[in-house]
Design a protein around this ligand. Structure first.
Ligand SMILES: [Zn+2]
Length: 389
């Protein structure tokens, strides 16, 4: 007999015993009071880490405790497909072999992505078993199972028919390489040695100018206002007046908004709602239209607002050319070093282009209202109760 405890031998047999005897299988027809936990499904992008082990142990404790107290206890396991994130890791894997998804073609790429997902699903569930998880494997789900997919479609159509889902323009993190909107969690911020360019916007019909500071001069063609802080003494007299965008001569208003930091740059910002999420919000507050000047490929759009020399040019090329033209017109006042965080696509590290895009939205207010009522009348309880807010 072994003198030390061999977890591998002993625990494998115990788990096998539990499985063979269906110890964790919940009976839907049971007369006992039900107690169930649906696992927050781990992504198949990777395997379980220590955080999952902690989380799973807590769920296991609760499930086992209630099972022993005579409840019909169900802990329902599963994994999440994680959508774009899984495509992302598979593409990174391919990149190591010097290939892209386009080399494989759609069918082959979908196939190897499924292989990846199935492989990780198996590994994840096995890791849970090693933790002694008392979940009901006969009910394991994957969020791309036919049943789950059908449920998503049904809910989508139902919400659409109720007018709770609609299409609208909204600023998104766009990756010009992936040709896809990227969620906030898939956007990584990296510090870059950027520059801050100070550009002089002449006032309309009078002498003088207002100098704005920007990290992205190429977006100036999409400006719809210059904004200053309402409490900024030095710009008090300019609020409500108009200035002119250099190089193209389009007139835009000078507005006041609390969002502007008096101490940043010159204290005056150009507002480009179509290509900056903060500007998008400022634009909404002041009812300003958005002018999109960069397309989904990251190229300058050939529209009336963009200087003709830049039409169709890549955003970085356009930046260089814009700076040169501003210098030639003697409206580039100052250039300072400005290290700042730049959003990158987690999939391919391309710099994100915030841009306006047609997106689906869910009207949350009526849905949230019903949920809040259920919390208030006690049907749903938060533990600890401070999360009820
Ligand atoms: Zn990308």
């Amino acid at each position: 007999m072994a003198t030390t405890y061999e977890a591998r031998e002993i625990e494998t047999d115990i788990y096998k015993f539990w499985e063979n005897n269906e110890c964790f299988k919940a009976d839907a027809k049971s007369k006992k009071e039900p107690y169930s936990i649906v696992i927050p499904p781990p992504n198949v992008t990777g395997v379980l880490h220590m955080g999952h082990a902690l989380d799973a142990t807590l769920q296991d404790i609760l499930t086992r405790y209630h099972r022993m107290r005579g409840y019909e206890a169900l802990w329902l396991p599963g994994c999440d497909h994680a959508g774009i994130a899984t495509q992302n890791v598979v593409e990174k894997q391919l990149a190591k072999e010097g290939k892209t998804r386009h080399d494989l073609g759609r069918e082959e790429f979908v196939k190897i992505t499924w292989d990846w997902a199935n492989d990780h699903k198996g590994k994840i569930l096995n890791q849970f078993k090693k933790l002694g998880a008392s979940f009901d494997l006969s009910r394991a789900r994957f969020t791309l199972d036919e049943g789950c997919s059908r449920a998503v479609k049904k809910v989508f159509v139902d919400l659409y028919n109720k007018g709770l889902i609609y299409k609208g323009s909204y600023i998104v993190n766009w990756c010009p390489r992936c040709q896809s909107a990227i969620s906030d969690i898939e956007t990584q911020y990296e510090n870059e040695d950027g520059k801050l360019w100070e550009i002089s916007y002449p006032l309309k019909d009078e002498m003088g100018a207002i100098v704005i500071a920007t990290t992205r001069p190429e977006t100036m063609f999409g400006d719809v206002a210059v904004a200053v802080n309402p409490n900024d003494y030095k710009y008090k007299d300019l609020i409500g007046k108009k200035c002119v965008i250099p190089l193209t001569g389009r007139e835009i208003p000078i507005i006041a908004d609390e969002y502007v930091d008096k101490s940043f740059g010159t204290g005056a910002l150009k507002i480009t709602p179509a290509h900056d999420p903060n500007d998008f919000e400022v634009g909404r507050r002041h009812n300003l239209k958005s002018i999109k000047v960069i397309d989904e490929q990251g190229r300058m759009i050939a529209c009336a607002e963009v200087h003709p020399e830049l039409h169709g040019r890549d955003r970085y090329d356009a930046r260089e050319r814009t700076i040169r033209m501003l210098k030639d017109h003697q409206v580039l006042v100052r250039i300072t070093d400005h290290p700042h965080a730049v959003g990158k696509c987690q999939r391919c590290n391309t710099t994100i282009e915030p841009l306006l895009s047609e997106q689906w939205f869910v009207k949350m207010e009526p849905l949230a209202k019903a949920a809040i009522e259920k919390v208030k009348d006690g049907s749903i309880k938060f533990v600890p109760s401070r999360w009820e807010k």
